[in-house]
Design a protein around this ligand. Structure first.
Ligand SMILES: Cc1cc2nc3c(=O)[nH]c(=O)nc-3n(C[C@H](O)[C@H](O)[C@H](O)COP(=O)(O)OP(=O)(O)OC[C@H]3O[C@@H](n4cnc5c(N)ncnc54)[C@H](O)[C@@H]3O)c2cc1C
Ligand SMILES: *[C@@H]1O[C@H](CO)[C@@H](O)[C@H](O)[C@H]1NC(C)=O
Ligand SMILES: *[C@@H]1O[C@H](CO)[C@@H](O)[C@H](O)[C@H]1NC(C)=O
Ligand SMILES: *[C@@H]1O[C@H](CO)[C@@H](O)[C@H](O)[C@H]1NC(C)=O
Ligand SMILES: *[C@@H]1O[C@H](CO)[C@@H](O)[C@H](O)[C@H]1NC(C)=O
Ligand SMILES: *[C@@H]1O[C@H](CO)[C@@H](O)[C@H](O)[C@H]1NC(C)=O
Ligand SMILES: *[C@@H]1O[C@H](CO)[C@@H](O)[C@H](O)[C@H]1NC(C)=O
Length: 469
């Protein structure tokens, strides 16, 4: 937040105070201060063990590089998370569900011996519609012909194939890509597609307000192919298996429940003091690959350059939550979708719940998906989710009761985005010019889009850059 309030000069000064705990926590970069078992020397320090960081770590090792992967959680996977029912062993993916069928996707799962199959849904469920804000049922609502709408929408995007591979834009950026998506929908007559694009591009915030380019990157032409040819899912419907097998394979090169306390970078290498469950470690690496969201709030302890401070300070982010609840009394065969009769194109204004849906795989356990254009406190989300369940209980004529939360997962920050003005002024060209500066390399959703398969392909394409080839 402070980045928006202060001038750039004040910001740089501030960062010296905030972003460098070396002064306040007196972490030492002096090797003599560490027991040799607490000094780690590697070719690469990879930061963040979600989709992009795990992929980068595995593939760098394939290229005979030594690595250490730092992940703050107690598991790899990031937005991929599988709930396993303690009684039945049944699984439900509450984060990443499906994958686009790219060669990189097939190869990544194959190396860990995890079978894929064509995604066939969690159902079959009957869909019902209701306005979650008012609790009003919409018994006569029928979805527009969104498949025809999708076809028309994807056709408008085929002229921008480069959107599928990152932010290598052409300048000037076409006005169509920078206009609010709501205007784009009107201009190209995509009204029939809009609500379902909102559902597929969940978590982007209020998509009609979004610059079209973010929608086009998140739900672009390759998704159009997937609609025709099918998405993939893990045949065992257990997406976390990929990450637990990757963890097994990377072994002691992964430091879980760890984070950077202080980081110093130069053209000749990086040194980091990292907090780990077994004490602080000094990491010396030739290069850093960061896959974490480049929000200033995530980069405390970093020796950020003025350019990094300026660019990262311009990111806003959406927020997204998913939960599994039980003890609801709800029908296991019906999905409730939030549709607002008085909203533009019936698209709910966020913050709001998107859907309350059975998992299908675990009896009496339901998914709730909730989105907001910006972060909100967790207690507010919990309350709003209970309200959504109560709405559905009332519509189904079951007694209103408080559901039991099995899990509530925060995906915050989610999409990092900047204004169309900044994109026009070559924000992403400036961002990409950071690649390789002070031995630091970048990947992850903020550098492309939130899609696992697209991020694996993107990270694969960056390997020669990381390796200096
Ligand atoms: C609910 C949900 C459903 C989705 N469904 C799909 C889907 O069906 N198909 C699909 O392709 N995509 C889906 N996505 C999008 C996809 O998961 C993301 O695009 C992808 O996970 C982004 O990968 P990433 O590597 O950029 O970030 P992440 O996967 O978030 O990885 C970043 C990692 O860095 C760690 N980290 C963050 N900060 C620090 C720090 N300071 N120090 C150490 N570690 C840190 C985090 O804990 C995390 O593990 C979904 C996302 C969500 C939230
Ligand atoms: C993935 O796509 C290839 C063609 O590119 C196809 O042969 C294969 O069957 C697809 N995989 C699945 C599981 O659908
Ligand atoms: C839904 O349609 C039925 C049958 O046409 C009609 O009787 C009913 O009033 C409608 N309900 C609403 C809420 O519009
Ligand atoms: C970026 O696009 C230009 C053409 O628009 C192309 O020549 C160049 O190879 C692309 N670079 C990358 C990294 O894709
Ligand atoms: C799912 O994967 C996890 C992690 O690898 C594993 O512990 C669990 O047994 C798997 N469950 C099923 C049903 O495949
Ligand atoms: C739910 O649907 C399944 C098949 O799709 C059916 O066997 C079952 O009876 C249904 N249950 C209820 C409560 O309607
Ligand atoms: C971020 O969001 C705030 C308020 O929601 C807005 O005022 C500001 O312009 C946004 N900044 C960017 C870079 O999008």
């Amino acid at each position: 937040m402070f980045s928006k309030l202060l001038s750039f000069a004040a910001l740089s000064f501030f960062s010296l105070l905030l972003a460098n705990p070396a002064t306040s926590h007196s972490v030492s970069f002096n090797e003599a201060d560490y027991d040799p078992s607490h000094v780690v020397t590697k070719d690469f320090l990879v930061l963040g063990g979600g989709a992009s960081g795990t992929y980068a770590a595995v593939r760098l090792k394939d290229h005979d590089q030594s690595i250490v992967l730092i992940e703050r959680n107690n598991r790899l996977g990031g937005h991929t998370r599988t709930y396993i029912d303690p009684e039945t062993g049944g699984t439900s993916d509450i984060g990443v569900l499906i994958y686009q069928n790219f060669t990189t996707t097939i190869n990544f799962f194959k190396r860990f011996d995890i079978p894929l199959s064509t995604f066939v849904g969690n159902g079959p469920f009957e869909s019902k519609y209701a306005d979650f804000a008012t609790g009003e049922a919409m018994p006569n609502y029928t979805l527009p012909d969104f498949l025809t709408g999708f076809k028309k929408y994807f056709e408008t995007l085929t002229q921008y194939p480069y959107l599928e591979y990152g932010w290598n834009l052409t300048y000037p950026v076409p006005d169509d890509l920078l206009m609010p998506f709501g205007d784009y929908v009107t201009k190209y007559g995509l009204e029939d597609a809009a609500l379902m694009i909102f559902e597929y591009a969940q978590s982007q915030g209020n998509i009609l307000d979004q610059p079209t380019i973010y929608v086009a990157k998140y739900f672009g032409v390759s998704n159009g192919d997937a609609f025709v040819n099918g998405y993939l899912s893990t045949a065992r419907r257990n997406n976390s298996e990929l990450y637990s097998k990757a963890l097994e394979s990377l072994g002691s090169d992964v430091l879980l429940r760890s984070h950077i306390l202080s980081l110093k970078r130069s053209d000749s290498g990086v040194r980091a003091v990292v907090s780990t469950p077994t004490g602080n470690k000094l990491i010396k690496a030739k290069k850093l690959v960061s896959s974490i969201p480049p929000k200033l709030s995530h980069l405390t302890g970093w020796d950020l350059t003025n350019k990094e401070l300026q660019l990262f300070g311009q990111f806003n982010n959406s927020a997204y939550w998913t939960a599994l609840v039980t003890d609801t009394g709800l029908d296991n065969n019906i999905t409730y979708i939030n549709v607002q009769p008085n909203a533009v194109l019936n698209i709910p204004r966020l913050p709001e719940g998107y859907v309350v849906s059975p998992t299908g795989s675990i009896k009496d356990v339901f998914h709730i998906y909730y989105g907001s254009p910006s972060s909100l406190p967790e207690h507010q989300i919990r309350k709003a989710m209970i309200k959504d369940v109560n709405v559905v209980q009332k519509l189904q004529g079951v007694s209103m009761r408080k559901p039991k939360f099995l899990i509530l997962e925060q995906h915050v920050p989610f999409q990092c985005a900047v204004t169309p003005e900044l994109i026009r002024e070559r924000f992403y060209e400036k961002l990409y010019s950071l690649q390789g500066k002070t031995s630091t390399f970048w990947t992850g959703a903020a550098w492309h889009t939130h899609d696992s398969a697209m991020l694996w392909r993107f990270t694969e394409g960056l390997l020669p850059t990381f390796l200096g080839q």
